[in-house]
Design a protein around this ligand. Structure first.
Ligand SMILES: NC(=O)c1ccc[n+]([C@@H]2O[C@H](COP(=O)([O-])OP(=O)(O)OC[C@H]3O[C@@H](n4cnc5c(N)ncnc54)[C@H](O)[C@@H]3O)[C@@H](O)[C@H]2O)c1
Length: 333
């Protein structure tokens, strides 16, 4: 297969290595707004570099992987689907609701497959949690608790184009909570705080956030996010049920220490970042994308799923701004 990769920053350069290891790909062409960066990563992984991002569209691609900065997603997705090229795009679909809706229009019109990069759907722990919740083994779920705690904030250049902490970070939790429960969110109550570096506040973003979600079956969920969990990258989900309770992401490497005198767990070295925590899930999602691109399977995570999670983030932003609970019906397009 001939696969293009647009954007080789932090996550894109990792995707480049993964794509290079997939035997179904015989040609990998890499482009970045920074052409020197594209040449460097292409050289490191043994791929070809395109001089300009636009050149990718002259390569007769079987699929395009988009890992560029978020504000570049909508234009690249639209250009690809209009050219009939299946797309894998990192989350979120776009930085704004308007652009997300435009992308969806083009995807629905062209019917070209699009997979959004919510890699937690490919993580063994989240897959097991989904099975446990939906089988009824846990009884009814009284509480869900989800967190995404980054070990360090992104660089100043990342923050203004990310869409903000709810759309950029908590969106992973919103997607996976919908996916593991099979339910939709009906209302949100969100707040944010800035206790870290000024450049995050100056960009209009928050370094820490807390959200309460209510699902359509009455289940309550608490979602928390921070950019300053210096001990390590901490992504967990607890599903607490009337019969049983389970946790995802609670293992020897969880960056958390018990202060109980007898406790010895977790004792391992904390996950330093998202690549170490989700390496296998990132590898699986791209292997699956090749089947999506070859039209052997339906996309496991559609642009419509991307919109659904984005709308929860959109409601959070409004809730935080207006200091009140927001019904999902208020943000439905
Ligand atoms: N799924 C995940 O867990 C996960 C993790 C990290 C980042 N992401 C997402 O991946 C995307 C990239 O994040 P990152 O941390 O790698 O950012 P980054 O800032 O490290 O890299 C972004 C790269 O995109 C390039 N770029 C900008 N505009 C471009 C364009 N129009 N065409 C081609 N390249 C362009 C930049 O030159 C840079 O090399 C973001 O959308 C982010 O939300 C997802």
């Amino acid at each position: 297969m001939r696969i293009g990769l647009a954007g080789v920053g932090l996550i894109g350069s990792f995707h480049a290595k993964t794509l290079r290891q997939l035997s179904a790909i015989d040609t990998l062409v890499i482009a970045d707004a920074n052409a020197e960066r594209a040449r460097q990563i292409a050289g490191e992984v043994g791929a070809r570099a395109a001089d300009r991002v636009d050149d990718l569209f002259r390569e007769k691609l079987d699929g395009l992987v988009i890992a560029a900065a978020t504000d570049a997603h909508p234009g690249l997705i639209v250009q690809a689907v209009e050219a009939g090229i299946p797309v894998f795009c990192e989350k979120p679909v776009a930085p704004t609701l308007g652009e997300t809706l435009t992308v969806l229009e083009h995807v629905e019109k062209t019917r070209v497959p699009v997979q959004i990069g919510f890699q937690r759907r490919f993580d063994a722990g989240y897959i097991a949690a989904r099975e446990a919740i939906q089988s009824g083994r846990l009884g009814w779920i009284h509480t869900l608790r989800a967190c995404t705690l980054d070990e360090a904030p992104p660089p100043p250049s990342y923050v203004p184009t990310s869409g903000g902490i709810f759309r950029d970070c908590s969106i992973h939790d919103f997607d996976v909570l919908r996916w593991v429960t099979g339910r939709d969110v009906v209302s949100v109550y969100a707040t944010g705080a800035n206790r870290g570096d000024d450049y995050i506040r100056d960009a209009g973003d928050f370094d820490t956030a807390a959200v309460l979600l209510t699902f359509d079956d009455g289940t309550l969920a608490a979602v928390s996010a921070s950019m300053y969990n210096t001990m390590g990258y901490d992504v967990r989900l607890e599903a607490l049920g009337s019969k049983q309770s389970i946790a995802v992401g609670l293992d020897e490497r969880t960056p958390l220490r018990s202060v109980e005198p007898e406790a010895r767990f977790p004792a391992g070295s904390p996950y330093p970042g998202f690549i170490e925590r989700f390496r296998k899930a990132y590898e699986r999602e791209l292997a699956v994308f090749l089947d999506v691109a070859a039209r052997r399977i339906e996309t496991p995570c559609s642009a419509a799923d991307g919109l659904a999670a984005f709308l929860v983030a959109e409601a959070c932003e409004r809730s935080r701004r207006e200091g009140r609970p927001v019904q999902m019906s208020e943000v439905q397009p």
